[in-house]
Write a protein that binds this ligand. Structure first.
Ligand SMILES: Cc1cc2nc3c(=O)[nH]c(=O)nc-3n(C[C@H](O)[C@H](O)[C@H](O)COP(=O)(O)OP(=O)(O)OC[C@H]3O[C@@H](n4cnc5c(N)ncnc54)[C@H](O)[C@@H]3O)c2cc1C
Length: 382
């Protein structure tokens, strides 16, 4: 296997780094401190630069490569995992659902403003009693003249406070089997019956995490995405796609913390020596670097399988599992290297361990990744 980043992609990533140095780095601590939200101008700037995971061709969304999207997400997360998750949710949950399951009409209606970063999207599946057990949701969609009426609540929706549209799962066929009960809808969030409550969280700042309640919300027939009754497999497919770039997010989180730690370790002296010159610390750094690179190879393998349209479920789950695992370890180590400063809210290192923890939850917990890996593994033995 060969994993190479083409010259043209490498040049694009250099341009993206310049974009981040101008549009993100100087502002992020203020967004973190004061606003606790990513401003609309940043999404527009992302759209203007063509940095979302999709472009338009003949009125339909077309997907950039998973490798490009993972590198982009990693680069943002290296600076701010909280900003990275907002762009990931727009691209890899909301737009991905529209790309995979939206009709031509929906692509044409919403695609252009979405790739420009003017229309923001999110995805709501999780409910209070249904997270890992994706199929167990209770939100109802009942037939009405010309469409559907939605009632229920989505408990944890990233970007729920700032989005215009949400891809939402709901039960359309309660008597059907587990695999045929759900359907997926594209819902306009600016309408009567939608109530959004921003939750007070400590991770992935400045993104929002929002509870959205739906009371008699009307969704027209043509906003049912994909096939009625296939919502479970559709939302799982969106999560599988998103697992690839969120692995990039986890690796970027690890790298961001590692960079800060090495810079600090080269400056800070203890017992008359630079912290990083103690062999115990140097060996830990070497070990973490090697393990981050190993997780990156797994991520590249997942990107390759996805970009070649092969079944990439196992690779995506392994990439997420390994990159979250190393992110949690590296971020805790990096914070520890800062001593007491690491617990101060305003210190840049402070957010990384919490953000690594958050990466373990989005797109399936570590246990869920192991379930996917084991299931695929067992197929090989049958
Ligand atoms: C910051 C953040 C952002 C989020 N954004 C979104 C979003 O945009 N949209 C959305 O729909 N959801 C979102 N979520 C929800 C997230 O997807 C769920 O929290 C996640 O899927 C876990 O579900 P749960 O919280 O119900 O935990 P549970 O499913 O109850 O899991 C609890 C524990 O049980 C373990 N477990 C579960 N099943 C098994 C099993 N079969 N075997 C062994 N162990 C198991 C889990 O690993 C975990 O340790 C977000 C969550 C967070 C924290």
């Amino acid at each position: 296997m060969m994993f190479t980043i083409s010259d043209s992609l490498a040049r694009e990533m250099d341009r993206f780094q310049i974009f981040l140095d101008e549009e993100l780095k100087p502002h992020v601590s203020r967004w973190y401190r004061e606003e606790s939200r990513v401003p609309a101008e940043f999404f527009r700037a992302m759209g203007e630069g063509g940095w979302f995971g999709f472009a338009l061709e003949d009125g339909r969304l077309v997907k950039h490569s998973g490798l490009r999207e993972s590198l982009i997400t990693e680069a943002v997360a290296r600076i701010s995992p909280g900003v990275a998750v907002t762009t990931l949710v727009v691209s890899d949950l909301g737009l991905m659902a529209l790309y995979l399951f939206g009709s031509d009409h929906l692509h044409q209606t919403y695609g252009p403003a979405a790739v420009r970063g003017e229309t923001l999207l999110c995805l709501g599946n999780t409910e209070n009693h249904a997270g890992s057990d994706v199929a167990n949701i209770a939100m109802r969609a009942e037939r009405a003249q010309g469409g559907w009426i939605l009632n229920g609540a989505k408990a944890y929706v990233t970007n729920g406070a700032i989005s215009d549209l949400a891809a939402v799962t709901a039960v359309t066929d309660p008597e059907a089997s587990r695999n045929r009960r759900l359907s997926m809808f594209l819902v306009n969030l600016d309408q009567d019956g939608i109530d959004r409550k921003k939750l007070n969280k400590q991770v992935w700042i400045p993104s929002d995490l929002t509870r959205i309640t739906f009371t008699d919300v009307f969704v027209p027939d043509d906003h049912l995405m994909g096939e009625r009754g296939r919502g479970l497999s559709q939302v799982l497919s969106v999560f599988t796609h998103s697992r690839v770039p969120i692995s990039g997010l986890a690796l970027g989180t690890a790298r961001g913390a590692f960079d800060l730690a090495l810079a600090h370790g080269r400056k800070r002296t203890v017992f008359g020596e630079r912290l990083i010159d103690f062999q115990a610390k140097a060996f830990e750094a070497a070990d973490f670097h090697a393990r981050m690179e190993a997780a990156r190879l797994m991520l590249f393998q997942a990107c390759e399988a996805m970009d070649q349209d092969r079944d990439f479920r196992m690779e995506a789950a392994m990439a997420k599992y390994l990159s979250v695992d190393i992110a949690k370890a590296v971020c805790a180590w990096a914070a520890d290297l800062f001593g007491a400063a690491s617990v101060i809210y305003e210190h840049p290192i402070h957010k990384f361990p919490l953000d690594a923890w958050a990466a373990a939850l989005g797109e399936g917990t570590q246990d869920v990744q192991k379930l996917v890996i084991f299931r695929k593994l067992m197929n090989r033995y049958e």
